[in-house]
Design a protein around this ligand. Structure first.
Ligand code: TYD
Length: 217
């Protein structure tokens, strides 16, 4: 990046199914826009036309539809397109990008909790993400039963991961906590229990402490 180019700020939200990420992202986006920021909201798998097409392949159908390797490659194929077409251009023009899931989901679901293992996922990470890691990652933490109760009621077709079972979801929860322990400067674990505005206040407090200029300029 050239010295005087605007540089944006990259935030990811992670957590188990039903942790309320999308609601919290909406609240945070509103706060940042009030502070005068351009905010780009996006999600994974998806976030660009090509990546949204891959999303459908990933989230619909039976739990064993893909082998662990193929599933991870599809996640990373969609992530490469998402980065190229949506995230990198937005950051280059100075926007705050907030994504609902990013690479930690692959490490948690496919790497640490899944059958593929972390080495294969790390290899894909290096190839696709490289230096383009999020500046800040919120890990919304919630007991698995509570999360499945919240997400199970939506009745949509995209239930492939929810259908993998409670033991898997428990491993996913522990995997996210492990990732946060490994990278405490990038990650903030926030309890997703309680009322929407209470969780939102916890998120704002993290930003106020770590990156106050994002909210006041
Ligand atoms: P989504 O409907 O977006 O669920 P949520 O509202 O919980 O975010 O579905 C995304 C599912 O895909 C979710 O169960 C996690 C899974 N996933 C992975 O397994 N690996 C990944 O790299 C990503 C981005 C998502």
């Amino acid at each position: 990046m050239t010295p005087n180019a605007p540089s944006g700020f990259f935030i990811s939200f992670e957590g188990g199914d039903g942790a309320g990420k999308s609601t919290q992202i909406q609240v945070l986006a509103k706060t940042l826009r009030k502070a005068g920021r351009e905010v780009v909201l996006t999600r994974e798998p998806g976030g660009s036309p090509g990546a949204e097409a891959i999303r459908k392949l990933l989230l619909e159908g039976s739990a064993d539809k893909w082998s662990p390797l193929t599933e991870a490659l599809l996640m990373y194929a969609s992530r490469a397109d998402h980065l190229e077409r949506t995230i990198i251009p937005a950051l280059a023009r100075g926007a705050v990008v907030i994504t609902d899931r990013f690479a930690d989901s692959s490490m948690a679901y496919q790497g640490l909790a899944g059958e593929l293992g972390e080495d294969a996922v790390s290899t894909l990470y290096t190839l696709v993400v490289g230096a383009q890691a999020p500046d800040l990652t919120f890990i919304l933490d919630l007991p698995v039963d509570e999360g499945l109760k919240r997400s199970g009621s939506t009745g949509d077709a995209e239930q492939r991961f929810e259908s993998k079972g409670t033991a898997y979801q428990e491993k996913v929860r522990q995997a996210f906590l492990e990732i946060a322990k490994r990278e405490p400067e990038r990650c903030a674990v926030v309890s997703a229990e309680g009322e929407i505005m209470d969780v939102a206040a916890r998120i704002s407090a993290v930003i106020q402490t770590r990156y106050p200029t994002l909210l006041n300029r």
